[in-house]
Design a protein around this ligand. Sequence first.
Ligand SMILES: Cc1cc2nc3c(=O)[nH]c(=O)nc-3n(C[C@H](O)[C@H](O)[C@H](O)COP(=O)(O)OP(=O)(O)OC[C@H]3O[C@@H](n4cnc5c(N)ncnc54)[C@H](O)[C@@H]3O)c2cc1C
Ligand SMILES: Cc1cc2nc3c(=O)[nH]c(=O)nc-3n(C[C@H](O)[C@H](O)[C@H](O)COP(=O)(O)O)c2cc1C
Length: 562
Amino acid sequence: MKIFLDLINDSATDDLVWMNGYLNNLVQSKGAQAAPAQSDGAPAVSKITIVYGTETGNSKRLATDFATKAKHKHIHAKVIGMDQYRLSDLAKEEYLLAVISTHGDGEPPAAAKKFYDHIHQNGFKLEKLKYSVLALGDTSYPLYCKTGEEVDDQLNRLGGLRIAPLQKCDVEYDEDANGWFNGVLEKLSNTKKDTPAVIAVTGAPVTAKKGKQTHTGTVVTKINLNDIGSNKETWHIEIAAEGVEYQCGDSIGIVPENPPELVEDILAVSGADRNRVVKFKNEDCTMYELLKQKINILFLTERLVKQYAEITGNDIPPTRMDLLDLLKIYPVKDAAQFETIVCKMNAISPRLYTIASAPAAHEGEVHILAVKDEYTINGETRVGLCTDYLSKLEVETQQRFFVQTNKRFRLPAEDKDVIMVGPGTGIAAFRSFLAERDATGASGRNWLFFGEQHFINDFLYQTEIQNWYETGVLTKVNLAFSRAQHYKIYVQLRMLQHAAELYEWLNNGASFYVCGKKDPMSFDVETTLLEIIQQQGGKNTAEAKKYLELLEEEGRYEKDVY
Ligand SMILES: Cc1cc2nc3c(=O)[nH]c(=O)nc-3n(C[C@H](O)[C@H](O)[C@H](O)COP(=O)(O)OP(=O)(O)OC[C@H]3O[C@@H](n4cnc5c(N)ncnc54)[C@H](O)[C@@H]3O)c2cc1C
Ligand SMILES: Cc1cc2nc3c(=O)[nH]c(=O)nc-3n(C[C@H](O)[C@H](O)[C@H](O)COP(=O)(O)O)c2cc1C
């Protein structure tokens, strides 16, 4: 330093000007090695990883879009699902973006569980990591974006530095998600590689502002579409609601009420006063309204059972249980303690039902098709909360609902062909598609695969389907009644029996849709589709997968499965 100062003191002004320029160039070229982007317009960070955890595909789609955007900014982005991510790579990761949704009762998507569990193990440090989390969710659920919150929190705990704060997104996520990514890109472009402190951001998570519009409609029709002798109860319900707007492929969300007899039992066991006014989520309601319409009292999560144990001072092993059983086995001290417990419980989650009507055919109405959910616990048959509630709805009563848009399940252009696979309640989406195409006179061909247990009593929407076939709206219909013969026949078999024609439709630009039960139906249908592509297209497994991926990218393979 002394030599340097002596040199400056001994130099003439002209020499100083020259030295200034020389040093400037030197600094710039050295700087470019550490942060190559800054001097030539290229980004400071040239490589990132985007991991996504998805159940219904939204996070994957966003992650893929982000990677394309990053590429335009000369940032190479590796996109990978959390189920395929090598967990040992995490410690080496420098720039990681996580896009993850929340499912179930505030749980990670099944495909993200391994990643989620891994980062929650603690016991290791992520010293190099700079990251940001985009959380997809839905404000109608009590545990809004919980998984995204947890992932953000945990990566921070493990030593990661936030590039940008957690961004939570409601169902209309595009704007907020893109805003978040643009912010992240800006940070990455302006960041010197070796100065992570510059990019460390703290502060409250950014929460989307938009809520969902709730409609109140009148139940105008309620019919069980199964005939006597069926093993099922499948309810077709029509709700008239002025001004309701939706598109074919959307669903509606319904928040069910708890069964009145169960509420009475809880009031009796707890000794609570049904008319007492209590506060739940900053709103006043009576204890009866709270128990009947607001809180989930069934199959409480382990977290809530633990909370119950703490408040009542009981030692309860980790388990899930109904509130009434908890009250019977581990009684509350008094009504005041009961009030403390119930006011901290979760709101009832909405259930989604694919819309079975079409805007062009059923103006001012939404129709749904709900099969009564039955399951067995310890030999006792029980029914699903919402489907039981729907099966008991009275005509002429009011029902609240919201529209859940599904941009990833849309009819193609009117002249394009569609192949629809919709066994069971999966037919709902295709009743909507067909009614719309019928009402608008769309010229594309329509091919339906439908299946159920018995022809005689389970052929849902039989007259409408036959009518559409007779009038030419439906070009082809293939039916599979699994129990109509001594061996099982499912829609997949019908697909295989028509493999050549199906492949020809696909090659001619048809879109392929699946709606209904995810497991096993949609998996089996996909396996069969791959088999058909292999067999008819003379492709190997990898080529068939590529073909299907391409269809998916083009929006020609879409699923509404649950
Ligand atoms: C996008 C989308 C579209 C959908 N569209 C349709 C549709 O068109 N038609 C349709 O019928 N359904 C549809 N569903 C499914 C629907 O949303 C509901 O999940 C379904 O009706 C069951 O709800 P439920 O309240 O009756 O059952 P729940 O009470 O929620 O029970 C559901 C399951 O949880 C488990 N469970 C509940 N309580 C217990 C317990 N105490 N112990 C152990 N296990 C328990 C059981 O396995 C039970 O079967 C759709 C779902 C999605 C996500
Ligand atoms: C059955 C079901 C349960 C859900 N549970 C929650 C939840 O507990 N909290 C939440 O914020 N969002 C919840 N959601 C909303 C999803 O997170 C939201 O639809 C998201 O956009 C899905 O993204 P994905 O397609 O990447 O999985 C749930 C959605 C479904 C269908």
